[in-house]
Design a protein around this ligand. Structure first.
Ligand SMILES: [Zn+2]
Length: 291
């Protein structure tokens, strides 16, 4: 029994769960935009339609063993399927190692959030849309998660946590709306879609309002740097369309792994300096010291 309480063994279990959820995320990304059920029918080859037996459908491993080809007809299978499964596996393990030992419920909530987030970002990459079931559904999930587990909002009661989650979602949406309006005014073309606005609201309903001060600057920075790199690398024209959702998602994941500590430390220092220079006691000290 002792080994079951070993966080590294638990992380290996989280890795396997993450790989399986990643496999399901791949199915969702492929089927949801086509308005197909994500459950029925079971996995089948996208090229020839043959059903895929379970032993050829093992996350990460099957793609490697079959050398990136379908067992039925030999059609090439995009490496992205394997990468998503591997990425989700590492993310789940990392989430467990960071949050599991102190707050296992938060670790599970963040794992659910990251799964929806990844699916939404991949759909945005493929189709330039984020379906409402991820953005608005994500908001609802964030409100429920905060109410059931107030600790993710750093609150004690369900009502306080729900209120903060709701206020954070509204704050996230309004901030991005304001930026979108300014962008449209400056560049005379639509800079951002409503999908991104609703998506950030969903992220903030899980992560709280302070996360906006991390997610927006970071996603804009990474987005514009990568945009410029892509334009030169692919010799695309200025204005090559890049979806913004994946950058919001990436910044949200980085918030879970250090971003929150960094920003809370930053705002704590800002508040500290503010009170130092605005409190009358400091003024007196300055006067007494002859300044
Ligand atoms: Zn096939």
């Amino acid at each position: 029994m002792g080994s079951l309480s070993n966080p590294y063994l638990q992380a290996i279990f989280a890795f396997v769960v993450g790989a399986c959820i990643g496999s399901f995320v791949n199915v969702c990304v492929y089927r949801i935009p086509l308005n197909r059920s994500v459950i029925h029918p079971g996995s089948h080859c996208a090229a020839c339609g043959a059903p895929i037996p379970w032993y050829n459908n093992i996350p990460i491993l099957s793609w490697l063993i079959l050398n990136g080809r379908a067992a039925c007809c030999g059609t090439r299978i995009d490496a992205r399927y394997c990468l998503v499964e591997t990425g989700m596996a590492f993310l789940f393990a990392a989430l467990w190692l960071k949050y599991g030992p102190t707050d296992p419920i938060a670790a599970v909530i963040y794992a659910v959030m990251v799964s929806g987030l990844t699916a939404a970002c991949l759909i945005d990459l493929d189709h330039y849309i984020i379906p409402d079931r991820f953005s608005l559904g994500g908001c609802a999930a964030g409100f429920v998660a905060s109410t059931l587990h107030p600790a993710i909002m750093s609150e004690k009661t369900a009502l306080q946590a729900f209120s903060w989650s709701l206020a954070s979602a509204i704050a996230g949406a309004l901030t991005l709306l304001a930026i979108a309006w300014i962008g449209t005014f400056l560049f005379k073309k639509e800079a951002m879609g409503m999908g991104d606005v609703k998506f950030l609201a969903a992220i903030c309903s899980f992560l709280g309002s302070v996360s906006i001060t991390w997610i927006l600057p970071l996603s804009s920075l990474v987005g514009s740097v990568l945009g410029v790199v892509l334009i030169f690398w692919r010799r695309g024209a200025w204005g090559t369309r890049i979806p913004f959702g994946p950058f919001l998602g990436l910044a949200a994941i980085l918030w879970l792994f250090g971003g929150s500590e960094f920003m809370y430390g930053y705002w704590h220092n800002v508040a500290h300096i503010w009170t130092m220079y605005s409190s009358p006691m400091v003024d007196e000290r300055l006067i007494n010291s002859g300044h």
